[in-house]
Design a protein around this ligand. Structure first.
Ligand code: ATP
Length: 247
C-alpha cells in the first residue's frame, strides 16, 4: 500500500503506524507493528540485528511501496543514513541544497544550515576533502535545511569514532532542541538511545515489544542509577542479559 504523506498539524501525532507488515519472500519481517510519534518527540528504536529496524524506517521514509498496513507520516521529512551519501561531483553547499530550487534564498538557507553544524567554512569544499564526521554533519545540514517535521536517523553515528560520536550527540541535541522535529533514531547503541531519546522502543519479532519513556533529566549521565537501571532493562529485553560490555 505504501505510505500516506500528510500535511503536518500541531496536535495530532506526526507518525501513525497501525498493523504495519512487511514480507520479503518467505520472511515476515514486520508483523502488525503499531506506533505513534508525537510532534517534537524523540524516539529511539532498538532491536537485534535483522529485526527490521531499517525496514520500518524505510517505510516511514516512503521508500517502500510494498509495505502493508496503515502508515501516516508528514510529507516534510528528512533521512540521514550511516553513510552520508554526498554527491562527490558537487561541492558541499550544493549537496546541502540538493533537490531544492537553486536560488539566492535557498543557497543562503543552505549556508545557514552549514553554519548550524559549524561547517560554513567548508561550503565550497569537495566532499572527498571532508572527514567522516564532517561529511555526516553535512548530511545533517542537508536534512535540517528541509525543516523536517519528522527526522529519520538510521544509525547516523555508527561509522564514527567514539570522540566524534560524543560531539555529534551534543550537536544533535542542540539542533533538535532548536528545531523540534519529531525524531526516529535507529541505533544498536543502548547508551546512545538513553542519552538522546524521550522514549525508547524495542522491535522484537516484527512488533514493538517494549516502549519506555526516558524520564531521566538532561544532561544525562551514564553513571547515574536511573541510567543503569534502564540500560539493564533494555539489554534484558534485547536478550543480551546484563553483561557489563553487552550491546
Ligand atoms: N530488500 C530486501 N530484500 C530481501 N530481504 C530484505 C530486504 N531488506 C531487508 N531484508 C531482510 O529483512 C530483515 C530485516 O532487515 P533490516 O535491515 O530491516 O534489519 P535491521 O534491524 O535494520 O538490522 P541491522 O541492525 O543489522 O541493520 C533482514 O533479515 C533482511 O535480510
Amino acid at each position: 500500500m505504501g505510505t500516506d504523506l500528510i500535511e503536518p498539524t500541531r496536535t495530532n501525532p506526526v507518525v501513525v503506524a497501525r498493523g504495519v507488515r512487511r514480507v520479503f519472500g518467505e520472511q515476515l519481517v514486520l508483523d502488525g507493528l503499531d506506533l505513534d510519534i508525537a510532534p517534537g518527540e524523540f524516539v529511539a528504536l532498538l532491536g537485534r540485528s535483522g529485526s527490521g529496524k531499517s525496514t520500518f524506517l524505510r517505510a516511514l521514509g516512503a521508500l517502500d511501496a510494498e509495505v502493508e498496513g496503515h502508515l501516516r507520516v508528514p510529507a516534510q521529512q528528512a533521512i540521514v543514513f550511516q553513510d552520508p551519501r554526498l554527491l562527490p561531483w558537487q561541492k558541499v553547499l550544493t549537496n546541502v541544497n540538493i533537490g531544492r530550487p537553486d536560488n539566492a534564498q535557498t543557497r543562503a538557507d543552505a549556508l545557514a544550515a552549514l553554519d548550524e553544524v559549524q561547517l560554513a567554512s567548508k561550503a565550497k569544499a569537495w566532499p572527498r576533502t571532508l572527514s567522516g564526521g564532517e561529511a555526516q554533519r553535512v548530511a545533517l545540514a542537508r536534512a535540517l535545511v528541509r525543516e523536517p517535521e519528522l527526522l529519520l536517523l538510521d544509525e547516523p553515528f555508527g561509522a564514527l569514532d567514539a570522540l566524534t560520536r560524543i560531539k555529534m550527540h551534543g550537536l544533535l541535541q542542540q539542533l533538535v532542541a532548536k528545531y523540534r522535529p519529531a525524531v526516529l533514531l535507529v541505533t544498536h547503541d543502548v547508551d546512545e538511545a538513553i542519552l538522546l531519546a524521550d522514549r525508547v522502543i524495542v522491535l522484537t519479532d516484527g512488533a514493538i515489544s517494549l516502549s519506555s519513556p526516558v524520564e531521566i533529566p538532561k544532561p544525562r549521565s551514564r553513571d547515574s542509577r536511573e541510567f543503569n537501571e534502564l540500560r539493564r532493562h533494555l539489554l534484558t529485553e534485547l536478550g543480551v542479559g546484563d553483561e557489563p560490555d553487552a550491546q
